[in-house]
Design a protein around this ligand. Structure first.
Ligand code: HEM
Length: 338
């Protein structure tokens, strides 16, 4: 009996390893990936995103941000959506994410609708990609065809997220270096930062630049004086640092206002304004401030490139975006004890 059990465990582990081997190579992402297996996948995502827009316009910005925080940390694999478990610290509590990433419930709603229509078919990693695209298109930005066919990770990595994701203090040259590691160019960096055309940020993210930029005890000189007065009022020294301000002057419309604000010294985050201060990035900021269609074109290119980042690690299609499927968690535990 014991031998049969052992044999069964070995067989299951072998099947598991074979599955890993077949997933470990890079996935071949393609447009229309679900056209046979779940023909309504893209319209279902769009429908839920439209409902989210009506319920709370900001949630579209919050969901679009997921693509950045997912794809930079071990590829676009929805690792960022996993909740903590007793044996794994998730990425939700990583430095750049804690008290900041929000609207996870929108992804849950999309997933539930997709599981009802075609169970076990559409990955959470693909949902992030489709939902981010829709967030942009539904708020006035460009529409583009997305490449799909990603798998969801079996683990999350809080430490990697801590080490990789940039802080709001980061300057343009550090951002250029970071993006370069992912084969994303200076142009991609500036265009993708234009995502801050929608959404909000907390006072927490700008206190240093208002009151003690680079340890000087003074504000960031790049801030326009009138705008600084507005920011001081929004975020006085004793403020609850969870109070939020708009990332640009038109925070629910995806447009090139963000770049116009930058040229006027009205960038909210240091990491935004620095793109105008530094010569390598400045020309792109100027160009996009004058030419919205150039911005849209470059933004789409950047989102596609960022969306292609992959870890090459094993994956699955999760049933619930917050947890790995029971079979995999069971086998992973068994492997640990072997
Ligand atoms: C270039 C480096 C970037 C840095 C340093 C950065 C940093 C930040 C910070 C600090 C916040 C506000 C967090 C808070 O105060 O709670 C924020 C918000 C946001 N970020 Fe970024 N970000 C970057 C790039 C991107 C990219 C590439 C995207 C998407 C493609 C993105 C999308 C967003 C959105 C939409 C929001 C607003 C979210 C909301 O309203 O909930 N960011 N970012």
């Amino acid at each position: 009996m014991a031998i049969t059990n052992q044999l069964m465990t070995m067989l299951m582990s072998l099947i598991f390893l074979l599955r890993i081997a077949s997933f470990a190579s890079s996935l071949n992402l393609q447009t229309g990936f679900y056209s046979n297996s779940c023909p309504n996948a893209e319209s279902i995502v769009r429908y839920v995103m439209k409902k989210a827009l009506i319920r709370e316009p900001r949630s579209l910005a919050s969901v679009m941000r997921f693509q950045f925080h997912d794809c930079l940390v071990n590829g676009c694999d929805a690792s960022m959506l996993l909740d903590d478990t007793p044996t794994m610290l998730g990425e939700k509590l990583a430095l750049s994410n804690i008290n900041s990433l929000r609207s996870f419930e929108v992804i849950d709603e999309v997933k539930e609708a997709l599981e009802n229509a075609c169970p076990g078919i559409v990955s959470c990693a693909d949902i992030i990609i489709m939902a981010s695209r829709d967030a942009v298109a539904l708020t006035g930005g460009p529409f583009w065809e997305v490449r799909l066919g990603r798998l969801d990770s079996l683990i999350a990595n809080q430490e990697d997220s801590n080490n990789i994701m940039p802080s709001p203090r980061t300057n343009a040259s550090a951002l250029i270096n970071l993006f370069e590691k992912y084969d994303l160019s200076v142009k991609d960096l500036v265009a993708l930062s234009g995502s801050h055309s929608i959404g909000k940020a907390r006072c927490f993210s700008i206190m240093f630049r208002l009151y003690n930029q680079s340890g000087t005890g003074k504000p960031d000189p790049a801030i326009d004086p009138d705008y600084r007065k507005e920011l001081n009022k929004l975020c006085p020294l004793d403020v609850d640092q969870n109070v939020t301000g708009n990332l640009d002057a038109t925070p629910v419309v995806f447009d090139n206002q963000y770049f116009k604000d930058m040229v006027g010294g009205r960038g909210f985050l240091n990491s935004d304004q620095t793109l105008f201060t530094f010569p390598e990035t400045r020309e792109f900021v100027k160009l996009y401030s004058k030419n919205q269609s150039e911005f849209f074109k470059a933004f789409v290119e950047g989102m596609l490139k960022m969306g292609d980042l992959q870890s090459g690690k094993p994956g699955e299609v999760r049933k619930n975006c917050r947890v790995v499927n029971a079979r995999h968690s069971h086998l992973l535990l068994e492997k640990e004890h072997m």
